[in-house]
Design a binder for this molecule. Structure first.
Ligand SMILES: Cc1cc2nc3c(=O)[nH]c(=O)nc-3n(C[C@H](O)[C@H](O)[C@H](O)COP(=O)(O)OP(=O)(O)OC[C@H]3O[C@@H](n4cnc5c(N)ncnc54)[C@H](O)[C@@H]3O)c2cc1C
Length: 496
């Protein structure tokens, strides 16, 4: 008898979601996590009385009827975790004008149509296509075999039509104004890709999961979400082993049968689920000989998403007087130059940056009379070899200087400072190069082309942002649910 029905490697939000749903079915599930706490990217930390969310700042699908809301309801957690709706969702600051994005799709379309009256039909059409793709994608069965999509185009006409297209292609199909296209493209920067590279499917995931059920922050610390999922999992007799790094997936007769920890201890399971970096799963934990050569070369040619440099500040002011809302993007008009620099491992001068004032929404993040700020910019992992203090200070000064145009005397008011580099993210999550969203959502790594949750190795499944549908909390919750569904249907059908 194996030690567990299901072994999950990694306690990210996807691993926890998958674990909860399988434990609720009565399966015996064990999660092994290398860190001292659950959550992966969805984590928080404290410094000198201030609280900071490491990376995740806002989430889609958390209001009534949304995917995350439904998951929490099903696990009886709705009373134990609160969400704060964000309205507006964001403000985009171009050098000479500001665009406010509502978290409601109808309001957003109306605002844009008023600004560009001749383009109303085109704007509506773009969102119609995104919605259709999102809906079709949500209907794909959990164990969809993307190698043999015989009736694909009739069942999923929009996914089929746009599966190799970029968002820029969709914009060019329906819109004329270059500035309007640019406004609609700012959100692709949240997948760390320009509109000419991000797939329509990837963009549909980001955009519609936000608009469908509002944009929210978790009340208190964002890590309350994985912590509560972990508690629900343990209540259903699931076991979480913290500070246990998996170094090997054990195989027998070409099937995954268990794991070995870096201390040498072995555990067996009927099913193994990997919630970690997919390349590591297949080439590190498994070994290249265990996977078919075609799959191996596909993996080799794939690229991870970019990463971030983040500066967290505890400041001696409440930030109530800040002339902006909570969630700002300061951008310019030169998207392609920016990405060209990032791909050459440079951070362009005057790079677009993001400004968030979390304590304005979550006052508990700062002591009375004080506030928190989170300033960030896209950063390539290879920008610096060591990411030493000198590099960190240079980038921090740049961000502080630019935020000072909005917050006079910012430098003098800083009480606490902490930074996250791509290397920090890599170390904490195990995601190579500090990838923020798993594989980059380019057409050949997106939608039906993304590595699926079922793998070429029998009894080995994937969950999380390295598989389908992709990155972001709402998407990895979807992934956790779909992986659980695929596994459960096999248990139910006597497949194990
Ligand atoms: C800077 C940044 C900002 C972001 N902002 C947002 C946002 O505002 N909104 C949003 O929705 N999404 C955001 N995201 C994306 C989102 O956080 C991720 O897509 C999501 O959390 C990934 O979840 P996951 O479960 O797939 O994996 P992860 O969170 O990566 O979890 C994987 C887990 O596996 C563990 N692990 C790794 N290797 C091993 C091993 N060998 N043995 C055992 N355990 C192991 C890790 O420690 C980790 O806990 C952001 C990401 C980053 C990095």
């Amino acid at each position: 008898m194996p030690d567990s029905d299901v072994i999950i490697i990694g306690a990210g939000v996807a691993g926890l979601t998958c674990g909860c749903l399988l434990a609720r079915k009565g399966l015996n599930v064990a999660i092994f996590e290398k860190n001292p706490k659950v959550g992966g990217c969805c984590s928080s930390f404290e410094k000198e009385g201030f609280s900071f969310d490491l990376s995740v700042q806002s989430l889609g699908e958390c209001q009534e009827g949304g995917r995350i809301w439904d998951l929490l309801k099903g696990l009886n957690l709705l009373e134990r975790i609160r969400f704060i709706p964000l309205e507006p969702a964001r403000e985009y600051h171009f050098p000479d004008q500001k665009i406010v994005q509502s978290s409601r799709i109808e309001t957003h379309i109306e605002t844009l149509s008023r600004l560009f009256p001749g383009e109303r039909k085109g704007i509506e059409q773009v969102y119609y296509v995104l919605r259709k793709i999102f809906d079709e994608f949500s209907r794909i069965p959990p164990s969809f075999n993307w190698f043999d999509p015989s009736s694909f185009s009739s069942q999923y006409p929009f996914l089929s039509r746009y599966r190799d297209k970029t968002f820029q292609g969709l914009l060019d199909e329906y819109l004329f104004s270059p500035f309007l296209k640019m406004i609609l493209s700012v959100r692709s920067s949240y997948a760390l890709l320009p509109p000419e590279e991000i797939s329509v499917a990837g963009m549909a995931g980001i955009e519609i999961s936000y608009f469908n059920h509002g944009v929210s922050c978790v009340q208190g610390r964002v890590e309350e979400l994985p912590i509560k999922l972990g508690e629900a999992f343990e209540k259903m007799k699931g076991k979480i082993f913290l500070q246990r790094e998996v170094e090997k997936i054990l195989m027998d007769n070409k099937k995954a049968i268990g794991i070995r920890l870096n201390g040498g201890q072995e555990f067996t399971g009927e099913v193994i689920v990997s919630n970690i970096d997919a390349r590591k799963t297949f080439t590190g934990l498994l070994g290249e000989d265990e996977i078919p050569s075609g799959f191996r070369s596909k993996l080799k040619g794939m690229r991870p998403s970019l990463s971030y440099f983040i500066l967290y500040l505890g400041v001696d002011m409440t930030l109530e007087e800040l002339p902006v809302s909570n969630n700002e993007v300061f951008t310019d008009y030169a998207f392609s130059e920016e990405y060209q620099a990032l791909y050459e491992n440079r951070i362009p001068g005057q790079a677009p940056f993001y400004l968030i004032a979390p304590s304005r929404v979550n006052p508990s993040h700062a002591p009375e009379g004080k506030g928190t700020l989170c300033l960030s910019m896209k950063a390539p992992y290879h920008f610096s070899k060591a990411w030493d203090q000198e590099v960190i200070d240079r980038l921090s000064q740049d961000l502080i200087g630019r935020a000072s145009t909005l917050i006079p005397d910012l430098k003098k008011r800083i009480l606490v400072k902490a930074e996250t580099t791509p290397k920090t993210i890599e170390k904490w999550t195990g995601n190579c190069w500090g990838a923020a969203y798993g594989w980059a959502q380019v057409p050949e790594q997106s939608g039906v082309h993304r590595p699926q949750r079922t793998t070429p190795v029998p009894n080995l499944f994937l969950t999380g942002h390295w598989t389908s549908p992709g990155g972001g909390i709402a998407a990895v919750v979807a992934s956790g649910e779909l992986t659980a569904e695929a596994i459960w249907s096999k248990f139910e059908g006597g497949g194990f």
